[in-house]
Structures are given as C-alpha cells and as structure tokens.
Design a protein around this ligand. Structure first.
Ligand code: ARG
Ligand code: ZN
Length: 844
C-alpha cells in the first residue's frame, strides 16, 4: 500500500493532553492511556481512527463509559461524541519479544523505546502522526532503579516515577527508559541564566566512556546559543546509551537515546574517527531540539525539513570545532559515496519524496545529506546575513508548529524578496545534475560556458533546469589568483559567464567549496590538474584536482593496462612534502578514489566494471606510491608521531591520520615491521587499529588479531571492529567465507544490529569480495537478510541497498543478483520494509 504526499489531509481531532501509565514487565507490560481529544476546528472530523499495531486491547472507554472499538491489524475505529472527549485504553505488549527494536523493547535487560517514525503505535492506540501534538505526562511503574521519560521529573516513590513534558509534541518524540543504569552528571547554564541538569546514562561499567560525549553536549548547547540564538528549554537533558539500536541516535524531547556506538568513547577503545563522529551526532540530536522538536514536520514527506536542516547545522558545528576545509572535503567524499550512488540507481528519490510504502526506508542519504546540501546552497545564494534573518523568522513564526517545505521556503522568500519557485525543484527532482563546462578566451575576456542536465530517475523521465550556485575563481598563469571566489547563479539549461580585462588566459577553479551537489564534467589535462593541485587557493578544488588526477590514472590502468602515472605520483609527493598544509588535508589527498567510485565512473564511461580488476589496480597503484616516495613516507611517518597522552582533538588526530596513511603504504614494503611495533606499543585505539589494519592488508597480523581478541573480547564496541576488520581486509576470494565463518562465532549475535552490520555491512562495503565472480557474497548476504527480516525488518531493508548498483555489472553478476533478489521477494512473510526495497531495486 502506497502513501502519497498529495493525499495529505489534516487530522480530524487534536490532542490536548496525554497521560500514560506503564506497568513494566518483560513479557506483559500494561500501558494505560488517557487522552483528551478535541475536534479540529480547521478540518472535518470524519471517522475517528487510532493507529495501533501488535497490541492486545484489554479495555477502552470514552468519558468513563466502556466502548468496544472495531480493531484491525493496524488500528481501531470507534464512534465518538461530537465535542471534546476523554479516551482511555489499556493495552498489553511484550517488550522482551520485540526484536524489531521499534516501539518499547528490551536491550540487555533495560527497557527503552524508539518511536520515530511510526513506532508509538506499537505502544498504545494513538493518532501516530507528527501533526498531532500533545502535552505528555508519564508514570512508570516497575522494579528498575532508574526510570526516565521526556520533560521534567515531577514526583517519584517506591517503584514508580512521574515525568511531565510541558512542550506539546508528536508521539514520535515520546521516549521511556527504565533499567539498572548509572549516570555521568554535569550541568549547563543557559545564556539567560537557567540551570540545566545534564546526564549521560549507561550500563554499569561504561561510566568511564561518558566524559567526551558530555563535553560535546555542552559545546553543542553553547554553539546553538551563539550561532542560532537557540536556548535549551527544560530543567534536565538526559542521554541514554543503548546497545541494540537500529540507527545512530534519536532526538526524543529531553531524553535522547543513542546507539552506544555513537556516544560511548574512550581513548583505549575509540578511534579519532569515532570521537569526531560522536561529537557530531551528539550535536545533531541536541540541535533537533529546535529543528525537529520545537518545530516539527507536518507529515513524513517533510522529513528533510528537520533532517536536512539539522545535518546542515551539525556540519557547521563540526566545521567550527575542527577544520572547516577538512570537514567539507570529508562531507563531499561521503555525499558521493552514499548519495550520488543512491541518485544513480533504482532507489533514487527526491529530497522530499512524493510517495512511500514504508517511511523507515526514506531515512536516506538523499533526505539527510542532499537535504543539507540544499540548505547550504540556499545560504550561499541569499548570503549569511539573509540566512540568519530567515532562520530567526522561521523560529519565531513556526515555534510549536508542524511544518512543510513550503513554510520553510516562504520565510526565505519573505525575508529576502527572492522568488524561490525554481529553487524548489531541488526538493522535487531526483537525480544528480551533470554540469558540463567549456571555456573560451579572446581579447582579455575569459568565458565559461555551462550546460546542465539531470538524468532520468524512477518515475521522473524529464528534468527541468535547476538553480545552481557555482563558486568560481581564476588563477593566472604564474599561479596567482586573478579573480577571487565569485558566485555565478545558473538557472538555464545553458548559460555563459564572462570575466573581462584579463592579461592572460587563466585557469578556472570551478565549484569551489563544492558549492552545488552536481557532477562536474570538464575537459582538462594532467598539466592543468597538477597546476591547480599546486596553486588553487580553495582547499576543496585543490583536493579535487588531485583526486581527478588519481582517478584518471587509475582509469587508464584499468581500461588500458597503463602503468601508474608518474605525473600523478610526482604531484602527490610535492603536495605531501608541503609542510604548510594541514596534515589532515594531506591525509585526505593521499587516499585513492574508492573501488565503488571507480566502478561507477567506469560504468558511466561505457565500460563494464570488473570489481576484481579494480581492486588489483588500486593495489598496484598503492605499491607504486610506496615505491615512488619511500623516504618521504618514512619522514612523514616519523614526523607525525604524537607524543604524550592521547587527545582526541583535531590537531593530534590530523597528525595521526597522516602518519597512519604513510604507515599503510610503508607496510607494503617493510614486511609490516613498523606496524607491528606500533601495535605492540599502542596505548590508544586509533594507533592500535591502524597498525592492525596495515598488517591485515598485507596478509600478516594473525598473531595481532588474536592479541586484539584477548585484549578486547569483553568490549562490545571494540569487538564490532574485530568482526568488520577481518571481513574488510580478507583477500577478495575469502571475504564471503570470512563473513560466513564469523557469523558462527560465539560472539556473533544477529539480533544486535551493530554486530550484524559489523559482519555483513563489512561484506557489502568490500566490493571485490561482495561482487566476487563466484556469487558467494550475494548468496551469503541474501541468506542472512532472509534470516534477519522476521526479527528486524528495518535493518534488513536498509542493508538491501547493497544491491542497488547491480545493473552496472556484467550479465553473469546481474543474473546472480537478480536471482537473490527474487529469492528474497518470494519469502512468504517478507516485511513491508524489505519487500518495498527489493521491489524498487528489481524494478530498476
Ligand atoms: N531522527 C533520528 C535522527 O536523525 C533518526 C531516527 C530514525 N529512525 C528510524 N527508525 N527511521 O537523528
Ligand atoms: Zn536527525
């Protein structure tokens, strides 16, 4: 059953107040609800309907009189009075048997909830839609020593606790946690002087992994006050770490719930990348308090309203806390790897989708990351000041409302006077625009000719031109910038822009800061790319010049059996030796385009990608890098060792990133000697894991892998690394067999999404292994997805995306993938989540 944006109708009844009582028991929790409904004055009432799934209804009444509603699999209807009334119901649910991790479930003996998007209906009968907002009071009864819900604590006694959330909210922001938890407390004083109690709640034993998350929270609270003028609005803010969680984290009002992998951190167990990610996710969930909670979405088609904006805000935060250029380049890498990939395949959809079967399938890179890019473009187009003004208007005008993209764009139109009707296509047209550029030069005038086109995507054969903000600079022949960054605003299919009064033909630096999420096509040669790599003042463009050089070199190796390009190796060596450059930037410049990126590029240039060959040629290039600059690499490695106690900050992390990138290449030639030494003396996970990865990638490290297991087998999060590492670094022909073997290990637990992803996610992210010609990777993944689906549809459906690139490959591989997809589709009780994904991928 498909749901359409165009079919939206306002709710017939609104909720004033909700009282919930939970009598917790693992197999038989009772939920008593008391809801005050009032007819919506702005909409017809129609039939009264409450969502509800997998609930046993014990009894219901209206204004105290028992009623017998008509109950179906997904809800109930009932005759109700014409005015306001009080609905009461009692239901029974079994959290201990809830392996879907949606609604109320148990993780390690602890009760917790996940309601976004439509999980509240598995807790009680309710209008489970984001445009129905109510004030919740929650009473929790049970033995658990700690009992938490949204808002502020009101009262507690022996075996019970009560919470009240004064801010009206949709049901998807409801949360409850109860268990044997310990807290890491702190506090924050808002700029208007309000004291807020802060807590991170964890399982006993994890207390030592909270300090970093707490600092990140306080920094986020301060940053949102300073940059967006947004203060926190309750007396208390709680974060809880949960081991079994489908996604990263959830912004429930006043009670954020986190996948423990996204909050717990310690130098011994977390890498630099983990620390940075944790800081960003804590910020993201905190920022949702305004962009998501105070202003929420009218319906789930508007998901990007809160997610795109909040991702944009958390990326601004990370840029401010760390290095802005490095953050931008990392975001571009991630966008291309996940969002462009999605846009190029059968799962392409607009930032604001227009239909879905299962909304959980639309928590995608397109909605989140492209949604954030769209906001970045808007800010670029209107300017920083106008952006700030528009945001202020958004917050004052829409506080307490459930809004749409139209509302969002209207504040920009009104505060800037700009017509955004064409810009709005970014929300409705799927696919990545291709931007072709050519140049002409005459009489001191340099002209850039642009042409844009967006390929067809499912359901959208024809595309109209979009507004493209193109940031451009010009570099003179001697390497000086002759035109600093200027923003061109392209609105037509074809458009030219001229720069006059130039003394000599410049080299253009186009799409600075990656000013629009497009694929740039420009004829250029290696000399010019090397020139930009050396002289561009824009870090993104500079990095991109190097990236393109590397990509062209690899492409020629793959398609023409060319030797590794000496010009590329030379230019890279020059860049790596430049001590004025941020080590983190140099580490990024050293990384080759991914196997998946190369496969897509081959496909788009008329080749059939062979994953095995791509893997081999990348290995060959890495060997060539190691051979071309042994002394430079050894020097970088030595010069970027960080002495003293581990600190997760950007500067030491950058040094480690460069040293470890050098180490990976050095290890290919030193038999693993340096890596072995680093592993032996490492006192932090960044160094330990980097060393172990280097060893495994040269087929050494068996001993170290055992040591690692002995050292860490009691640490769940580190064990996830142990699982994924072995799959990721196995030789391609062994990848599937390794994953299969690990799935029989006593520490494997398919019910834990982190462990499942550590094993099978690693399989899907190792292309030469996953796409091995034997088909073993495809079979294994399908086998396990079929096993997981009855337990956890959400995680199963998400992992089906591994198959989304299938039409790139040769007929044999396509045939094998099709067979696996069809085998999945034929499962008798396939979930709605997985069946939607499989059928969309098959329809391609
Ligand atoms: N709103 C959460 C976040 O982005 C994501 C929750 C998604 N959950 C889900 N089941 N789809 O911060
Ligand atoms: Zn979010």
């Amino acid at each position: 059953q498909t749901i359409y944006l165009d079919d939206y109708t306002a709710p017939g009844w609104l909720v004033e107040e909700v009282h919930l009582t939970f009598r917790l028991a693992p197999e038989a929790t009772r939920v008593l609800s008391k809801v005050r409904f009032v007819p919506n004055p702005d909409a017809p009432q129609g039939q009264f309907y409450l969502h509800g799934e997998q609930l046993s209804l014990i009894g219901a009444s209206i204004d105290g009189t028992p009623v017998s509603p008509e109950v179906t699999e997904d809800g109930l209807t009932c005759d109700v009075p014409s005015g306001a009334f009080t609905w009461e119901a009692e239901v029974e649910i079994a959290p201990a048997k809830n392996f879907a991790l949606e609604g109320l479930y148990m993780s390690n003996g602890m009760y917790c909830t996940q309601c976004e998007a439509e999980g509240f209906r598995k807790i009680t009968y309710y209008p489970d839609r984001p445009d129905v907002m109510g004030v919740f009071t929650v009473r929790i009864e049970g033995e658990a020593p700690v009992k938490l819900s949204n808002g502020n604590p009101v009262r507690e006694g022996e075996g019970w606790a009560e919470w009240h959330d004064p801010w009206p909210k949709p049901a998807y922001l409801f949360a409850l946690v109860a268990g044997d938890l310990v807290n890491h407390p702190d506090s924050f004083t808002t700029r208007s002087g309000k004291d807020v109690a802060l807590n991170i709640w964890v399982r006993p034993g994890d207390e030592g992994k909270c300090a970093f998350g707490m600092e990140a929270l306080k920094k986020s609270m301060k940053w949102d006050e300073d940059v967006y003028g947004r203060e926190y609005d309750l007396d208390i803010f709680n974060i809880v770490a949960v081991d079994d969680f489908n996604m990263g984290a959830m912004e429930n009002k006043g009670l954020n719930i986190f996948n423990s992998s996204c909050v717990l951190a310690s130098p011994e167990t977390s890498t630099d990348a983990n620390f940075e990610r944790i800081e960003a996710i804590i910020a993201h969930e905190y920022f949702h308090n305004w962009t998501g909670n105070r202003i929420t979405c009218r319906d789930w088609f508007q998901l990007c309203l809160k997610e795109g904006l909040t991702v944009y805000r958390d990326s601004q935060f990370t840029s401010d806390m760390r290095s802005a250029p490095v953050k931008r380049i990392s975001d571009v890498i991630d966008l291309r790897a996940r969002q462009f990939r999605e846009d190029n395949g059968p799962l392409a959809h607009p930032v604001r989708p227009e239909s879905f079967q299962e909304i959980n399938n639309f928590y995608t890179a397109t909605v989140y990351e492209k949604g954030a890019e769209v906001i970045g473009m808007l800010k670029r187009l209107v300017g920083d000041e106008a952006y700030a003004k528009a945001l202020d208007l958004y917050f004052t005008r829409h506080d307490g409302q459930a809004c749409t993209i139209e509302d969002w764009l209207a504040v920009f139109e009104e505060s800037t006077g700009r017509d955004l009707s064409q810009f709005k296509r970014w929300y409705s047209q799927a696919g990545t625009p291709r931007l072709h550029v050519s140049e002409s030069w005459a009489d001191g005038t340099f002209t850039l000719h642009f042409r844009q086109e967006t390929p067809a995507t499912p359901g959208q054969p024809d595309k109209a031109p979009q507004v493209l903000p193109i940031a451009v600079g010009l570099i003179g022949p001697n390497g000086d910038e002759v035109q600093e960054t200027t923003l061109l605003e392209m609105t037509e299919s074809e458009q030219s822009f001229s720069f006059t009064g130039l003394g000599a033909r410049p080299v253009p630096s186009i799409l600075r800061e990656f000013s629009a999420p497009v694929i740039l096509h420009r004829e250029s040669d290696n000399a010019e790319r090397a020139f930009l790599l050396a002289h561009d003042t824009d870090p993104y463009c500079r990095w991109e010049a190097g990236r393109t050089l590397a990509k062209q070199a690899l492409m020629r190796m793959i398609t023409d059996n060319a030797e590794p390009d000496q010009a590329y190796l030379g230019a890279l060596a020059t860049l790596l030796s430049d001590e004025t450059l941020d080590p983190a930037f140099r580490a990024l410049a050293m990384a080759l385009p991914s196997e998946d990126d190369l496969a897509q590029t081959l496909f788009e240039t008329g080749h059939v990608p062979d994953p095995q060959r791509i893997w081999e040629k990348r290995q060959e290039m890495r060997d060539a890098m190691a051979d071309a600059m042994p002394d430079l690499l050894a020097g970088l490695f030595a010069a970027h060792q960080v002495p003293g106690t581990y600190q997760p900050d950007a500067a030491p992390a950058a040094a480690r990133a460069l040293a470890n990138s050098a180490l990976a290449l050095l290890s290919r030639r030193d038999g693993g000697e340096r890596a072995r030494a680093q592993f032996a003396k490492a006192d932090n996970m960044t160094q330990e894991l980097a060393a172990l990865s280097c060893l495994l990638s040269i087929d050494a490290g068996e001993e170290e892998l055992k040591t690692f297991y002995d050292q860490w087998h009691d640490d769940r999060l580190v064990m996830d690394k142990w699982f994924s590492l072995q799959v990721a670094y196995a030789p391609p022909a062994q990848v599937a067999a390794t994953a299969e073997r690990l799935a029989t290990h006593s520490d494997f637990d398919m019910k834990n999404p982190n462990r499942f992803r550590a094993t099978f996610g690693a399989l899907t992210m190792t292309p030469a292994g996953f796409h091995h010609a034997s088909g073993a990777g495809y079979r294994l993944l399908a086998d396990w997805l079929i096993k997981l689906d009855p337990l956890n549809p959400q995680t199963t459906a998400r992992m089906c995306t591994a198959f989304q690139t299938w039409t790139r490959y040769d007929a044999d591989r396509q045939g094998m993938i099709r067979a696996e997809l069809e085998r999945m589709a034929a499962q008798p009780k396939l979930s709605r989540d997985t069946s939607e994904m499989v059928s969309r991928i098959l329809a391609n």
